[in-house]
Write a protein that binds this ligand. Sequence first.
Ligand code: FUC
Length: 926
Amino acid sequence: MKKLSFLLLGVFFAHILSAQNYQLWYDKPAQKWTDALPLGNGRIGAMVFANPSQERIQFNEETLWTGEPREYNRKDAYQYLGQIRQLLQEGKQKEAEALAEKQFMGLKSNEGKRETWIADMLALKGISGNPSQINFDDSSWKTMTVPSYEGWEAVGYEGLDGAVWFRTTIDIPEGWENQTLVLDLNRIRDYDYTYINGKLIGSSQHTEGRKYQIPANTLHVGKNLIAIQVLNFSDKGGIAGYKDTSRHIGIYPVGQEDKKISLNGQWKYFIQSDEAPAVGKYQADYQPFGDLYINLLHGKEYQNYRRSLNLATAESQTEYSVDNVVFKREYLVSQPHQVLAVRLSANKAHQINLESFLTSPHKNYSFKSLGNNTWGLSVKVRNGGLFGKAYLQIQQKNGSVEEQAGKIVIKGADEVVFYLTAATNFINYQNISGNPQKRCEEVFSKLKGISYEQIRKAHQAEYQKYYKRFAIELGQDAKSHLPTDVRLANFGKDNDPSFAALYVQYGRYLLISASRAGTQPSNLQGIWNDLLAPPWGSKYTTNINAEMNYWPTGVLNLIPTQQPLIQMITDLYKAGQTTAKNYYNARGWVVHHNTDLWRGTAPINASNHGIWVSGAGWLSQHLWEHYQYTQDKEFLRKTAYPIMKSASEFFVDFLVKDPKTGWLISTPSNSPEQGGLVAGPSMDHQIIRELYKNTIKASQILGIDYAFADTLSQQYKQIAPNQIGKHGQLQEWLQDLDDPQNNHRHVSHLWGVHPGHDIGWDIDSTMMKAARQSLIYRGDEGTGWSLAWKINFWARFHEGEHALQLVKMLLRPATSAGGSYLNLFDAHPPFQIDGNFGGAAGIAEMLIQSQTDIIELLPALPKDWSEGKVKGIQARGGYILNYAWKNGKIKELSITSKESTTCKIRINQVVHTLKLQSNKPYLIEF
Ligand code: FUC
């Protein structure tokens, strides 16, 4: 090793930044939402479909959710804690869960009057005649495709909850009249009243498994009428049939399913009511806002199509030609100017002719002109207190703008720029008295006299403040001439390391776009959501997903994007104190397995997985990590420590002594999200140990609270330790219950390997081996986020080839198993953004680790990545590193420390001790 001159190294790394031109690009427009390209400024999110004749930009404003500030906690839940614990200790899990379900869950939002509404629907309110009867005239009814597994949402009825009648006919063949027949409808959401030839033959309130025996003499040879009244209260509705769409719904003689006459097809339908009574919900859902449509009035045939997203500039672009005119669209969402901007231009004058309008999936919306080339979209969510406004303004060069039949019509323009902003009445989780109109007006008043180019420049400068902190190259960039969907399809078989580098930068891009200072944290879908009933409410799941979203922040040099998470933790620290008191009569704060915009902290969903007590412990780790990477003592003193201390106080009060082992255990709780309600899941103990360890260290650094730190040290030693079970595995539970066949997506008991550091090669290699064995039993397959987590585990085991195998599984085209959609959004499936962030962080974990007191360079490098460079990668302790490697060996390295210190670093298998001066790069060549 020799020291290198700064100049040389500068030259060496200079090109890595300039050469970085990571783009997602395609040679065809988006068909599906998950083909569209995402843009965002942390607050406004946009999905660009880029169809030549009809541009659709679906957009979000991150504070539009259902719900409103309300009480989420049961006041007296604590009274039942002792009984629940006792039942668990006696091995009566089901009884404990039943009691907890009744007395220990959070409070739901108000229910509507379901009985009255059902009675009205059954009495045929809102309908003339009786659709169940043969002689009913349905000639004016429309048709719908039946079944639709994803609900009538999937066939054009987004947001519909209510009562819908369906009618169809079936021809019964000769010989079936005397047989017992089965009507197989399988899944209907939620209730059905099913009639054949006017006679009620079945009704069920269970979603799954409808198979009705048809009474004799109900059907006759020839044409028969089937009429079904479906009542749906929330989420997906209608006749859903089978998930395996090759299985049809239909009728068959008992025992002869192979003779089934299919009922799949177009059915007549009529919406009797779209006002289903509200369903009580534990937590709220993130909502879509609206869609900007721009219909281009040019020929339909196009050539030379290309749409792209440039990660270095956070801009999307579409180009194509129609009748020898080249059309171009540029799109960005600006943080400094708080607008989505779309510029349309052409290479010939007067070519832009279009119609445009805003629309929304919310039932309650309106779109109207506000004068001065400005239009407004108003939306109001159905279940809750939030409403929003989006303002659209148009600037054009030449041509004319007018409004015709509710559409903006532009003729003969050379160039058109659309500016869109949006806001809601949300101020914070306790206050919804904001004025969205005023917020939109303020944004637009700041656009006066400013050109698109100025907005673009300011946008790039602001975005690049974050993006350019880090750069990466893996191998040669040999495949970027291929469209992204082709690279995705080939990644598993090709050696395309540069695609993994692009994926890292895409993860950083998504995080910057979803999480800027002053905004809400990235939720399950970042800020991108087109559904009124998104999967898992598109909220914050704290038993892995919310945390995974922020794994890249330290190592990939995006600390500023953590601010929204830190703000949410600060809110939860307040909200969670009430829950700690009401449920556990404990000091401190607690968060169970989910939270939402309203900072719900009480248990939700069901007692078998909703009562998981370690959310605050895990979230507190992010505060400590923030300090680790920044060495910001003010942050530690003012923000992190009080919250960490309070989280620790909760566990000091909450942990109980297990009468059998004498250890301190966490009870009641759960090992997410399996095994039911238990006493003492390993994950909890790992999280609590880590929390205590970090809180003790923080108190030492700050020189405060020694007595409290001492209490934590005493308890630390008594917490149930990690244990190795009979299969050589790390036990997931206090008892040796693990099933080696269990391939559940959660791998919670390995929390101590990653993201925690309760288990490690440096701590106890026997325990590390047991953890590795558990991961082998669990298998590689999993949902998107599970694959991403496993990259991180294999990196921590120092097994680069296995980690790469998981990278390849995450970067495979989405199927019913986890992977990636065409726009490289992570597929759980469905879309869930955590895998993008966990995957990017996992790749970083293969290139650097710093959870021990030695920084490890290239700890899990696979052979295919034998050459590469990183610039601006971070290590705990306040270090920023640039390094390059060839043949798997570090060649050049520069390391800068925030403080003057001595640092240990493993380079090419050798540990070096470096004396560093604050902010002075230390340069080495090998
Ligand atoms: C947990 C996971 C699911 C999903 C959901 C958002 O419930 O078990 O897989 O990620 O969160």
